[in-house]
Design a protein around this ligand. Structure first.
Ligand SMILES: [Zn+2]
Ligand SMILES: [Zn+2]
Length: 363
């Protein structure tokens, strides 16, 4: 039997390719993709802004079900019994347990994290990405069973967007009583607002698009700084001070992917505040800023970048969604589904910023 994948075959050029379905080796599994999302980094990859990820199978944010289990794989990563047909979410990157980062227990920093994602589609076992009918779960790759109560649409964003911001906010020191600024209300921003809000923080979202502002309000934003009203960085910095008793934010999380947002984060943060840099992934002259290091020294800021997460955060995400599915409209992150044949349309829809996530259902 054959399956199909969306291969990136050139700059902004995709192609559907067919491959024989692999028989999973011991400890591995063949999964059937149920629903995948177009995430910001898929767009980044599509535009060849990633050097490491070019000739690949696209897609990494998804929910799937077990189609075939390799020998010896009887439980998920938390020890829950596993059977064919179970729905699962997968930590999309690898933790090799044989590099200096893994040796330190810093699993988000594994040197071999993108080992299989970076493989070209014609390299076995072919199904390295989620924009595909199937996904090959490698031996040792973390994954968790999805509780029956959670729908595919609610959980599809867990293994990238939600886990990413939950990890970043935890590590930067989120706790109740803080003023937390979320820059940008796309998928990551909405998840960040929800996580910060359930932690008892006050959430201030900075955004321009009316549809995104509305979404932010349903994901726990207490206040909005509307960039279409406060059009300059100076006005927005003043607005931030007005909203925080002249203090500024305890935590700023940048999830816009725009370099200028990082400059504003420095302005938004209070003296001694923290900045979590998550959205900015691009390097090169177009993305460079001029910053006086004194900005950090004088304000005594802590700045931390976060890329990927400790794998068990994906389990926390399942608990978070189950506990908050009545409070936040997780399903509203995508408004319609596309087939893998419509992938270019799905990507265009995501780029329009009219929807947080375009969803892809292989069918
Ligand atoms: Zn490693
Ligand atoms: Zn992603």
């Amino acid at each position: 039997m054959k399956g199909r994948v969306v291969a990136l075959v050139g700059l902004e050029k995709t192609e559907i390719q067919e491959y024989e379905l692999p028989v999973p080796e011991p400890g591995a599994a063949l999964l059937k993709v149920r629903r995948a999302n177009v995430c910001g980094s898929d767009l980044h990859i599509y535009h060849h802004l990633s050097v490491a990820l070019r000739d690949i199978v696209m897609g990494h944010e998804f929910v799937a079900e077990v189609e075939t289990l390799g020998d010896g794989l009887t439980t998920d990563s938390s020890g829950a019994p596993l059977a064919v047909g179970d729905r699962v979410v997968v930590v999309y990157f690898h933790t090799c347990h044989r590099c200096a980062a893994c040796d330190r227990g810093e699993f988000s920093m594994c040197f071999n994290a993108i080992e299989s994602m970076a493989l070209p589609p014609d390299a076995a076992p072919h199904f390295h990405g989620a924009f595909a009918t199937h996904f090959y779960l490698s031996p040792g790759q973390y994954f968790y069973k999805v509780p029956d109560a959670i729908t595919d649409a609610e959980v599809a964003g867990a293994n990238c967007g939600l886990a990413q911001v939950m990890f970043a906010l935890d590590k930067i020191g989120l706790h109740r009583g803080q003023n937390v600024v979320v820059q940008g209300a796309g998928g990551l921003g909405l998840y960040a607002a929800a996580v910060a809000s359930t932690s008892g923080a006050r959430v201030i979202v900075v955004e321009r698009e009316p549809n995104r502002i509305e979404a932010a309000q349903s994901f726990g934003a207490d206040d909005i700084i509307d960039m279409s009203v406060h059009t300059t960085p100076e006005e927005r910095a003043k607005q931030m001070l007005d909203l925080t008793n002249g203090q500024g934010a305890d935590i700023v999380i940048e999830v816009t992917g725009r370099s200028e947002a990082f400059l504003e984060a420095i302005e938004f943060a209070r003296i001694g505040g923290s900045i979590a840099s998550v959205g900015n992934l691009n390097v090169g002259p177009k993305f460079e800023l001029t910053i006086a290091p004194a900005m950090f020294t004088r304000k005594q800021l802590r700045v931390h970048g976060y890329l990927r997460y400790d794998p068990w955060y994906l389990r926390y995400c399942l608990e978070f969604i189950a506990a908050n599915r009545d409070r936040f409209p997780f399903e509203s992150l995508s408004d319609r589904v596309y087939t893998i044949d419509e992938i270019d349309e799905a990507i265009a829809r995501s780029e329009s910023r009219q929807v947080a996530r375009a969803a892809v259902v292989p069918a």
